[in-house]
Design a protein around this ligand. Structure first.
Ligand SMILES: Cc1cc2nc3c(=O)[nH]c(=O)nc-3n(C[C@H](O)[C@H](O)[C@H](O)COP(=O)(O)OP(=O)(O)OC[C@H]3O[C@@H](n4cnc5c(N)ncnc54)[C@H](O)[C@@H]3O)c2cc1C
Ligand code: SF4
Ligand code: SF4
Ligand code: SF4
Length: 429
């Protein structure tokens, strides 16, 4: 039977790969990071049930690792694609891991002994990692990667590694895959909060993004699940969420709604209030978008818990010796408040994946003005791009939540499966 390439192994790409593999199709799952999982692996809980994110994702990731029909290509990107539906040649480039994948058993001895600590992107910058590290505790594949940029070649990891898996330098490798169809599931990236200078992100330590808060709230995150002010290590007495940062905002060329940020702020506000009932929690918003099953009830629950909702966005964050202040007008009543938050959480919007332009021109598909992948039909549920045999799933085509990303992963898989059956029928004459 023909093979399929899935580009991007967040929850949408994982779902697409698993569905195809379960139908007997061999799948190449291509992920540029050292582990699969995407953004969902960084989250603490998921709305509206507040289930633990990794408890849902991790079994799927493990199934990917186990499935005989899935070939996993991590640290890998697509560099070229040629051909047409039924017969694509996808050229992939694998970046060096500098660790022998066939020897490493993921024991972590090298990480513990490595003396170099650097910024940890997985923890959204709040935590640190070593120069040789496992990208996350439940990484798949469950092995380490050595970052040559920060390694000082002290030699300690070579000495401690029993199986001798650490390599000084590995070469990048090119490989051609022959596939019937391609699914793009390259997801999203977050809006750069520094572009809204009035909120003083990275200038004031107690102004953070929603993803940083997710990492802080996560028991396996850098603070062990404790919410602390980065300025003084204390639990904040008043947390303010600022909505629509980099969404519905033409001044930063982001006219669209990012769909999930109302819900993830409500979720995190509820979680904060559950853990610290005495904490004052405020959400400053333009509109509340609670469109999914059980979402409106979730919003009502938040209000019932004493979380304060103010319709109006603050002009910015000011700070003096007494702390931070924010002025906001309640547009429903005309009242103006001066708020004194101890922690400000910016609900940053979703941007298209950074190299989607390059992928789109390589694949010969079109993008929307927003930069997300254009589908053949103007529907939120479409998965066909303008090029036959190339499909799109999850947030690569527009901002959406996890359930919708999973649904589209399955939909794209079924389209690709039809191509595989058609190619097989043609082969059999
Ligand atoms: C703070 C925050 C909280 C959230 N909370 C919730 C919640 O509680 N409930 C909910 O339903 N949703 C929530 N979401 C939304 C959720 O994160 C997304 O709906 C979901 O993760 C989308 O999955 P995806 O697979 O489409 O994209 P991603 O998770 O972005 O995965 C894309 C994958 O593709 C890889 N990739 C990108 N480019 C390439 C390339 N060129 N080559 C190879 N690989 C590539 C990436 O490395 C990544 O692994 C939240 C989002 C944020 C920001
Ligand atoms: S490289 Fe060696 S020491 Fe490090 S995790 Fe792998 S097997 Fe263990
Ligand atoms: S050789 Fe590099 S990766 Fe290994 S322990 Fe030393 S600094 Fe860390
Ligand atoms: S989901 Fe809510 S916070 Fe996010 S852009 Fe839309 S209205 Fe703004």
């Amino acid at each position: 039977m023909g093979e399929v390439a899935v580009i991007g192994a967040g929850v949408a790409g994982i779902q697409a790969a698993l569905d195809l593999a379960q139908h007997g199709v061999r799948v190449h799952l291509i992920e540029r990071e050292p582990s699969i999982g995407g953004h969902m692996a960084q989250l603490d809980k998921t709305f509206p049930t507040n289930d633990c994110s990794m408890c849902i994702l991790s079994p799927k990731m493990a199934e990917v690792a186990r499935h005989k029909n899935i070939v996993l290509h991590t640290l890998t990107e697509v560099v070229r694609i040629g051909g047409e539906v039924g017969n694509f040649t996808v050229t992939i480039r694998r970046s060096p891991r500098n660790v022998d994948e066939s020897l490493c058993n993921g024991c972590g001895d090298c990480t513990r002994i490595c003396p170099v600590e650097v910024y940890n992107r997985f923890d959204a910058g709040i935590g640190v990692r070593k120069a040789i590290y496992k990208p996350q505790p439940q990484a798949i594949p469950d092995i380490v990667v050595k970052d040559r940029e920060h390694c000082i070649e002290c030699g300690l990891c070579y000495d401690v590694c029993g199986p001798g898996a650490v390599m000084k330098e590995e070469k990048e490798r090119l490989e051609d895959l022959r596939v019937v169809s391609v699914i793009i599931a390259t997801g999203y990236t977050l809006f750069d909060a520094c572009r809204k200078a009035q909120y003083r992100y990275l200038l004031l330590p107690d102004v953070i993004t929603s993803l940083e808060l997710e990492r802080m709230m996560n028991a396996s995150g850098p603070t062990g699940g404790e919410i602390r002010r980065l300025s003084n290590g204390k639990i904040p007495s008043h947390v303010i969420f600022v909505q629509c940062v980099g969404s519905r905002d033409v001044t930063v060329e982001r006219p669209y709604c990012s769909c999930v940020c109302c819900m993830f702020s409500i979720k995190n506000a509820i979680l904060l209030k559950e853990k610290h009932p005495e904490m004052e929690v405020t959400i400053c918003y333009m509109d509340i978008r609670a469109y999914g099953k059980g979402y409106e009830e979730f919003y009502e629950r938040a209000k019932g818990m004493g979380i304060r909702f103010i319709r109006g966005l603050p002009g910015g964050v000011d700070a003096d010796d007494d702390g931070m202040t924010m002025q906001v007008e309640n547009t429903e009543t005309g009242e103006v408040y001066i708020l004194r938050p101890e922690l400000v959480v910016l609900a940053v919007g979703m941007d298209p994946s950074p190299d989607i332009d390059r992928i789109a021109s390589e694949l010969g598909i079109a993008l929307e003005e927003t930069g997300f992948v254009r589908t053949r039909e103007e529907s939120l549920w479409a998965v066909e791009t303008i090029r036959p045999g190339i499909y799109v799933a999850g947030t690569a085509s527009s901002p959406r939540d996890i359930p919708d990303s999973v649904t589209l992963g399955s939909a794209a898989a079924m389209r690709a499966f039809t191509d595989v059956l058609r190619a097989k029928a043609q082969q059999n004459g």
